[in-house]
Design a protein around this ligand. Structure first.
Ligand SMILES: Nc1nc2c(ncn2[C@@H]2O[C@H](COP(=O)(O)OP(=O)(O)OP(=O)(O)O)[C@@H](O)[C@H]2O)c(=O)[nH]1
Ligand SMILES: [Mg+2]
Length: 356
């Protein structure tokens, strides 16, 4: 299909012309989803710029900063039957944020309103409130926008780690369950280098339609024919399978509610695990404290015993010395006595000798 044919296809797209008729659908929502600052709003600008073929404007208010700018689900009508939706991006694909991403993707939160982060009951309540506003007749077409370089200023390639691949796999599988369509992937910042490896990763994750773009931006919106044709290609789709809009809406609601419920249970389990771990730490701390006190008590006991033993030894020593001194004095006295006695006998003997 050349560019003019594509234009005619998009311009004239209507569910009434589909093989199986409109089946209850009257509008396609091309739902952009992905991480913060990856180029969702810029892709909207690119599509509008190419489609309207007019002066460039920052229709979607794409921002310079790294992300977190689009906080509403903003619809941009491209044709009577095709609307692009700029959804709120997520910071990371964890349980808390994924619930909100799925609720947006499933068209279960209202268009044109602020999307609040929140898990559990808050999100369920917002989905229930939105029931009257969201349209069953919207056909959802998921488009995942991904910036394949991690540092734009020095063009550092983003290495997709294995846990990230697992998150992406779950994201795409859920997106497909919700919409009945395998998401298409749009890789932004095309001119930053070769995308072959990144495209391969997405192909391995089950994605068959991957488009790479250098978005038109406020800084660079010089029109080039290649860019024009590529962006129109992403807008082509057909509905060939039998579908049932109201049943699908119910199924989406059930799926997202189940997901939120499972996340809640996981969160509760995490809290219980955390509490148990903290109790265990406290127990171990207490045990260690008791052991230390016991050790100190034993050391004190041993020290006192040692001191007592030393004191006893010293006392015995003193005792022995005293006894020794007494004995020595006794011996001395005996010797002196003996000396005196032997002097007396000597004198007596001498006197007797004289007398005889
Ligand atoms: N060079 C280049 N810059 C791009 C491209 N796509 C987006 N940007 C720039 O990247 C920045 C973020 O783009 P946005 O379109 O605002 O990203 P977003 O996904 O809408 O971000 P949030 O709304 O915050 O989630 C802007 O400064 C864009 O000009 C691209 O393909 N090439
Ligand atoms: Mg945005």
């Amino acid at each position: 299909m050349d560019s003019d044919e594509m234009r005619r296809f998009i311009e004239n797209f209507s569910f009434d012309k589909c093989k199986k008729g409109n089946q209850g659908f009257n509008r396609v929502l091309i739902q952009l989803f992905g991480l913060l600052g990856h180029g969702k709003s810029s892709f909207i600008n690119t599509c509008i710029y190419v489609w309207k073929d007019c002066e460039f404007e920052n229709w979607s208010k794409s921002m310079d900063k790294d992300g977190g700018h689009t906080t509403e689900r903003i619809p941009y009508e491209l044709t009577e039957n095709i609307t692009l939706v700029d959804n709120r991006g997520c910071g990371k694909m964890d349980d808390k944020e994924s619930g909100v991403i799925f609720a947006q993707l499933g068209n279960l939160l209202p268009l044109g309103k602020e999307v609040q982060w929140g898990e559990g009951f808050g999100l369920v309540e917002r989905m229930v409130k939105a029931e009257k506003e969201v349209k069953t007749s919207d056909f959802i077409f998921p488009v995942f926008v991904y910036r394949w370089i991690s540092d734009v200023s020095i063009l550092v390639k983003k290495e997709i780690t294995n846990p990230e691949k697992e998150d992406l796999k779950l994201l795409f599988q859920t997106a497909q369950k919700l919409t009945g369509v395998i998401p298409i992937v749009v890789l932004t910042h095309k001119t930053a280098g070769s995308l072959t490896k990144t495209e391969g990763i997405f192909r391995d994750l089950g994605i068959d339609r991957i488009f790479s773009f250098e978005n038109y931006t406020r800084e660079d919106h010089m029109k080039t024919r290649g860019k024009h044709e590529e962006s129109l290609e992403t807008l082509q789709f057909r509905v060939e399978q039998p579908r049932d809009p109201s049943e699908e809406m119910k199924m989406r609601r059930k799926l997202v509610l189940n997901y939120i419920h499972e996340c809640d249970i996981k969160e509760q389990q995490r809290k219980v695990e955390k509490m148990k771990a903290s109790e265990q730490v406290q127990k171990e701390k207490k045990l260690k404290q008791q052991e230390e006190e016991m050790k100190k008590w034993r050391e004190e006991e041993e020290r006192q015993q040692e001191e007592g033993y030393k004191r006893h030894q010293q006392q015995c020593q003193r005792e022995r010395e005293r006894e020794q001194a007494l004995k020595e004095e006794e011996i001395k006295a005996l010797r002196e006595n003996q000396k005196k006695k032997s002097g007396f006998f000597e004198n007596m003997f001498k006197t007797k000798k004289k007398d005889s």
